[in-house]
Write a protein that binds this ligand. Structure first.
Ligand code: DGJ
Length: 381
């Protein structure tokens, strides 16, 4: 009898330990700003990223920044994670890797930022675009790179990097801007005349032949399946929205300038309640600044500033809860439910940058975000 009881106690103990270990290992809440362990227990290394939903699963692609324990530059690239519940993420490996060949523009030491993946229904392929800077050149090249895969998790085959829309004028670029003669060398950088010249397309003209600069970027697929490449252009002073070809692998040459001279980056676009919305940030490097919410009835339309979407303390609003937008994620099966995805950059150790995910709430028909240290899907009404 005593041995039987002992065995029973031992068994119960083991079961309880297993349950508690299992429960500890699962994430039950979003905890913005804290270490977010993947299913291996490692902080999710997918920064400036984006998520697509495919086959009942979310796939998160982001910058795989070299963690302190791994200094091998050839491990650098775009990571992929998968999840059913958005809380618990399995590492699927590097979907795009730098190419260990000095002849390739994607060689180790280049910069890959803000990767986004979309699925093309016609070609049945996954298309990745990312901000690409060349090794040793800082942020001068201002290219966008494209890669392709048959499988969502990769490997993605690098196709090329380019500056968009070489030799074509934006749709909303008046004749007088095309023919204006004013150049950078005529003006004092940052002066009122310089700002005016920027608004009136000085950099569009300068880069006309070689293609427009493309730094922070995102992709947006509209209701009709048309995809757009949205990028910070013109020395980060103006956003450009560019239509992609039907296979999503190139630019059609149809593009518009958005908010000329307003210095936006980190664009994140979504459609809800009959309008397009865009979260963006100002341009302060890795330091956070106040988010800007814009809206337009038409995608190629007049984008208007709504204001700061943050609803926190003055300091929180000034820094977007110490984060910078990367995507506004639509939640499957819930109408008008979105998650704000942002990055809290740690420039000294980019792999340790924290994820700031917050529920998008609605106030007078406009999206707003508030701080929640712990939250889950029940917060998404
Ligand atoms: C701000 C951008 O949003 C980031 O993606 C990164 O390019 C940093 N600037 C670099 O300073």
């Amino acid at each position: 009898m005593v041995t039987y009881l002992k065995k029973l106690l031992l068994l119960t103990g083991t079961v309880l330990t297993c349950i508690s270990v299992y429960c500890q290992d699962l994430n039950h809440y979003f905890k913005p700003g804290q270490i977010w362990p993947d299913t291996r227990g490692r902080h999710i290394n997918a920064h400036g990223g984006g998520i697509i939903y495919y086959n009942n699963t979310y796939y998160w692609f982001g910058e795989y920044r070299l963690p302190r324990y791994d200094k091998d530059k050839s491990h650098y690239g775009v990571s992929c994670y998968s999840s059913k519940d958005l809380l618990n993420w399995k590492y699927e490996g590097l979907a795009l890797k730098v190419i260990d060949d000095t002849a390739s523009q994607l060689n180790p030491g280049c910069i890959i930022e803000r990767p986004k993946v979309i699925y093309n229904n016609k070609t049945r392929k996954f298309v990745m675009w990312f901000h690409h800077e060349l090794k040793g050149e800082g942020y001068k090249a201002a290219l966008t790179g494209v890669a392709l895969s048959d499988n969502i998790t990769g490997p993605y085959k690098y196709i090329r990097s380019l500056r968009p829309n070489a030799g074509v004028w934006p749709v909303n670029f008046p004749e007088e801007y095309r023919n204006a003669k004013v150049k950078e060398s005529d003006l004092k950088n940052g002066s009122e005349e310089w700002k005016r010249a920027v608004r009136e397309g000085m950099f569009v003209r300068r880069d006309f032949a070689g293609g427009q600069m493309s730094r922070d970027m995102t992709l947006f697929v509209d209701k009709d399946g048309k995809a757009y490449h949205v990028h910070a252009s013109e020395e980060n002073m103006t956003l450009q929205f560019s239509e992609l070809t039907d296979d999503y692998l190139d630019f059609t040459g149809r593009y518009i300038r958005v908010l000329p001279g307003d210095s936006n980056e980190a664009p994140a676009i979504f459609y809800a309640r009959g309008r397009y919305f865009m979260f963006a940030s100002g341009t302060t490097g890795w330091k956070p600044n106040a988010a800007r919410l814009y809206s337009s009835k038409k995608f190629f339309g007049e984008w208007k500033l709504i204001g700061n979407p943050c609803r926190g303390t003055e300091d929180e609003n000034k820094t977007t809860f110490n984060s910078q937008s990367t995507m506004i994620l639509p939640i499957q099966g819930k109408k008008n439910a979105f998650i704000y995805m942002g990055d809290r950059w740690n420039p000294d150790n980019l792999a340790d940058s924290r994820h700031i995910w917050l529920p998008v709430e609605w106030e007078n028909g406009y999206p707003v975000i508030k701080w929640y240290p712990n939250w889950n899907m029940n917060n998404l009404k």
